[in-house]
Ligand binder design. Structure first.
Ligand code: SF4
Length: 435
């Protein structure tokens, strides 16, 4: 519609801006009245306060495979809340509100007056979408530029309410300060931190499932399939939380003369789940150990000597007390594995090459050397579709992107990657079909 409208003015009359707006330019002054009325008709935000029209959100998980949260949904919900808030938004001028669906910052939260970037947090039973809150970017002036600084974390559900309360307070206090920066430094940042605390609590899933569903999503939040992109950086927070818990528990148990079975079971559970998210596996308390065996032990990343431990504690958590040494060694193996993780979410551990793989009978063999991404994955899926659940496929892949991507994508679809073996300049990947 916009292109049709501007066609009579010729070339060079429209530019895209870095804050997701358009600039109409090179239009004769005599056409401005008419153009204003036509633009107003096609854009519902055309005459709204700049805070609403200049707000920015990246694509988020609506189309971005690296993302954690539906940032566009969160922004829309926030703008709607602000529109109904009664705050004099015009008085806030060019206040910059920015949303990114993960820490990668395509929504430019680093240059926001108030910004958010998506992350995942976990209650006792479920993962839920959340945002880190950042504030205080300063882009010009004598004092130099500053990126926005993190103030706290809140569940995605509470982002609109937090934003409304913060802007309500700022609007009432702004006249007392020369700049937003001065307001933040004097009282705004500590007030925002108080709001982050106030809005941080999350009810149980049973009490309010809406906290476990992202803005604009049609189903509950899930990490299934995340972590398989080149840089799912929002996942590292949740990994670090689990690893910190694992280390705390290990230290606590190390200082206890009588070790109780249930804390040991909890230690095994948190160790087994900590890195699952890096393989695109949603953590479900009932399948932690099965998933761990599938994506780490079957793939040769962790030793098979932990299999008896898992077999025992899956049926009887109290059996953990007989495996105290194995559980401590499992936590150490997880620390080693995490230390070997690179920025593309690949592990590099000696276990991969040291441990002999059990003999498996290959039911189908395909040679995808010379086939590039993503067609090699498509052809692998087609080959798997010809097999029954439990049957085994061997795929030959080139080094580099093919062997980095295909096994991850296969594992994310629930199949077991039994082994990856390098042969001269290529790889043989053995996959057991799920089901
Ligand atoms: S910030 Fe994250 S979610 Fe948003 S587009 Fe960039 S990578 Fe995707």
């Amino acid at each position: 519609v916009l292109a049709d409208l501007l066609e009579p003015f010729g070339d060079d009359c429209l530019r895209c801006t870095h804050d997701q707006n358009f600039v109409v330019r090179n239009v004769p002054a005599s056409a401005l009245d008419t153009l204003y009325l036509l633009l107003k008709r096609i854009s519902p935000l055309y005459d709204q306060p700049p805070l609403l029209t200049n707000a920015v959100a990246c694509a988020g998980t609506s189309t971005c495979q690296l993302g954690i949260c539906l940032s566009r949904g969160a922004l829309e919900a926030t703008l709607e809340t602000l529109s109904r808030s009664g705050i004099d938004l015009d008085a806030l001028g060019n206040f910059r509100l920015h949303f990114s669906g993960c820490p990668n910052s395509c929504g430019q939260h680093g240059i926001a007056h108030l910004g958010f970037h998506g992350k995942v947090l976990r209650s006792a039973t479920h993962s839920y979408p959340a945002y880190s809150v950042v504030a205080g970017a300063h882009l010009d002036g004598q004092e130099g530029s500053l990126l926005a600084v993190k103030v706290g974390d809140v569940p995605a559900k509470n982002v609109p309410s937090l934003t409304r309360e913060f802007l309500m307070q700022y609007a009432s206090r702004a006249a007392a300060f020369a700049t937003y920066r001065a307001y933040l430094e004097a009282e705004g940042r500590s007030y925002l931190a108080t709001l982050c605390d106030k809005f941080s609590s999350v009810p149980t899933y049973e009490a309010d499932p809406s906290f476990y569903r992202d803005w604009g999503a049609e189903s509950d939040f899930s990490l299934d399939g995340r972590g398989t992109g080149e840089c799912a950086s929002g996942l590292f927070d949740i990994v670090e939380i689990d690893l910190a818990k694992m280390r705390d528990l290990r230290q606590t148990l190390g200082g206890t003369s009588v070790v109780k079975p249930l804390p040991l079971f909890e230690l095994a559970e948190v160790a087994a789940r900590a890195l699952l998210v890096t393989r695109g596996v949603e953590v479900d308390a009932t399948t932690i150990f099965e998933n761990f065996e599938r994506v780490f032990i079957d793939a040769g990343l962790v030793s098979r000597r932990f299999t008896p431990l898992f077999c025992a504690i899956k049926v009887n958590p109290e059996a953990a007390v007989r495996y105290e040494r194995d559980i401590i060694e499992l936590t150490e193996a997880i620390d080693t594995l995490y230390a070997s993780l690179d920025e593309t979410l690949q592990f590099h551990t000696p276990e991969q090459v040291k441990e002999p793989q059990p003999h498996v009978t290959v039911d189908l063999h395909i040679d995808l050397r010379g086939v590039t991404c993503p067609m090699n994955f498509v052809k692998t899926k087609m080959a798997l579709s010809r097999l029954e659940g439990g049957q085994v496929l061997e795929v030959l892949l080139d080094s580099g992107a093919p062997v980095e991507n295909v096994p991850k994508s296969v594992a994310a679809e629930g199949h077991g990657v039994i082994s990856q073996t390098t042969i001269d300049d290529h790889w043989a990947v053995v996959i057991r079909k799920a089901g």
